[in-house]
Design a protein around this ligand. Structure first.
Ligand code: PMP
Length: 387
């Protein structure tokens, strides 16, 4: 007799509805990507898996626009990219300047403190990026180990300009870390041209793969810092010196670090192949055009944008509200009646806004027109209770 009986809920096979994922992510994935994850399993160190990993490295170097040899995928969500960047670069007592203008800068600050390093917050109002001048003032004063910026602060949909920040940081011996979880592939990002030192993203947004992988790249400058640490990276799972050997980045024989999620690798490999076939420039243009169409439609509906300056709005995600409209009821109606996900706010913007994501395959004219008509219906005829 078993101590615990199987749950009745596990008797039926799994069946899920199709939803249009037009919120902050994950976004929908194309069938080719989903089918790839159903390919037969192979051992994670078998030749087939290693070839897939090599393809991923090539695809990521293209997406990140870098020649960095240390470009790979962490087996985790985007949060792991944040943890790995900070843990590999920082040692106890180091200083990190973190731009805080929303949820994700605040999250990174929390991580820095947990690692025993000191955080200096460089704050900007919600809806605005930090300026190069303000960043230089903080960096020249505190001479931090790193400056942390979020390219698409998804809690507000602010676009952080990045040009000029790399050379500025390097003048003071500081490394530049950039979160591109909500932007890579849909917002211009040039890792080498802009001298970015560590850049990470998530598989589940613009890249159109399932959640669970965090692509990341380290510049030679960042690697120099890591190889001259006094002690190895304090978390084994994030140690880029170990991960680099698992991914074949240092020219050594591959070495087991952990069991890679091969089915997710297959999916990401196909997602990157789709990006390579479309071309980054075309993908960026498609996201910009879809965003312009969405913004014009939202304006027609009388929306108020959280980010006042259109130059500071990310193309991949738009935060807005309507005066005297129950935003929760709008999101509920969009999902219940139309199967369309709209996100509410996050962190400091909870309850104050809605967010529409245009990521990967969802950055299209059809998707924009559909989400606008769903939004209009949900405002006019909201479902007012949860029933
Ligand atoms: N950074 C940003 C800018 C994000 O938008 C997100 C996800 N919303 C994350 C980090 C964290 O990613 P994940 O949920 O995959 O851990």
């Amino acid at each position: 007799m078993e101590d615990v009986r199987p749950a009745a809920s596990l008797r039926a096979p799994l069946r899920l509805p199709h939803k249009a994922l037009m919120g902050a992510g994950p976004a929908n994935a194309p069938p080719r990507v989903l089918h790839a994850s159903a390919q037969p399993l192979v051992g994670h160190l078998h030749a087939e898996a290693l070839r897939v990993m090599d393809d991923i490295k090539d695809g990521l170097r293209y997406a990140f626009q870098t020649t960095n040899p240390v470009t790979l995928c962490l087996s985790c969500a985007g949060h792991g990219g944040m943890e790995a960047s900070l843990t590999n670069l920082l040692e106890p007592g180091d200083v990190a300047v973190v731009a805080v203008n929303g949820h994700w800068g605040a999250r990174a600050s929390d991580m820095v403190t947990r690692h025993g390093s000191r955080v200096v917050k460089l704050e900007a109002p919600l809806g605005q990026p930090v300026t190069l001048e303000a960043a230089e003032e903080a960096v020249s004063k505190h001479r931090p180990r790193l400056l942390f910026l979020v390219q698409a602060e998804s809690s507000t949909s602010v676009l952080q300009p990045l040009e000029g920040f790399g050379p500025m940081c390097h003048k003071y011996g500081t490394l530049l870390v950039v979160d591109t979880v909500a932007s890579l592939g849909g917002t211009p990002l040039w890792t080498d041209r802009w001298e970015l030192d560590v850049v990470y993203t998530g598989s589940q947004k613009v890249l159109n793969a399932p959640p669970g992988l965090a692509p990341i790249t380290f510049s030679p400058r960042a690697m120099q810092r890591i190889t001259s640490r006094q002690k190895p990276c304090s978390v084994y799972y994030w140690d880029i010196m170990q991960l680099g050997d698992y991914w074949g980045c240092f020219g050594n024989p591959r070495k087991y670090h952990h069991t890679g999620p091969v089915s997710l690798f297959f999916a990401l490999r196909e997602a990157l192949a789709i990006l390579a076939a479309e071309g980054l420039t075309a993908s960026l243009r498609r996201h910009a055009e879809a965003a312009a169409r969405l913004h014009a439609g939202l304006q027609r509906l009388g929306a108020e944008f959280l980010v006042p300056d259109p130059r500071h709005r990310v193309p991949t995600l738009t935060a807005f509200s309507f005066p005297n409209v129950d935003l929760q009821a709008v999101a509920r109606t969009a999902m219940t009646r139309h199967g369309v996900e709209l996100s509410g706010g996050l962190g400091p913007t909870v309850g104050r806004i809605l967010r529409i994501g245009l990521m990967g395959v969802n950055a299209s004219e059809d998707a924009v027109d559909n989400v606008l008509s769903v939004l209009e219906d949900s405002i006019k005829n909201p479902i007012l209770t949860n029933k």
